[in-house]
Design a binder for this molecule. Structure first.
Ligand SMILES: [Zn+2]
Ligand SMILES: [Zn+2]
Ligand SMILES: [Zn+2]
Ligand SMILES: [Zn+2]
Length: 109
């Protein structure tokens, strides 16, 4: 069987199509959109998560347009990934409407 490659939707890197984890950015589920908070599978046009009600729509800090809370802005293609500034946490995550770390709750600037 020929190996095929797909784009990771988190880092846009080209990786093997059967990857469980993205070898480039370490994201789990590289080909599926999930709620950043509860990991429920979500669709790109949803405003909130159907499972936990988390807001999935954010304003891109780069182009100022509303976009899905995904690793890449659907308007300008900028990466919407932040690392928590807490040294003990340092969790990599997508920018969310809450503007807080999803892991430790620290507010981002
Ligand atoms: Zn990736
Ligand atoms: Zn959720
Ligand atoms: Zn943008
Ligand atoms: Zn954190």
């Amino acid at each position: 069987m020929a190996t095929y490659k797909k784009f990771c939707m988190h880092c846009s890197g080209l990786i093997p199509g059967d990857s469980k984890l993205c070898p480039l950015c370490g994201a789990d589920d590289p080909f599926e959109l999930r709620c950043p908070k509860c990991r429920n599978p979500v669709e790109r046009n949803w405003l909130i998560c159907s499972s936990c009600g988390f807001s999935l729509n954010i304003r891109c800090p780069f182009c100022g347009k509303g976009t899905f809370s995904a690793p890449v802005c659907s308007s300008c293609g900028a990466q919407l990934i932040v690392r928590c500034s807490s040294k003990r946490c340092a969790e990599l995550q997508v920018i969310t409407a809450s503007n807080r770390c999803l892991k430790c709750g620290k507010a981002f600037k």
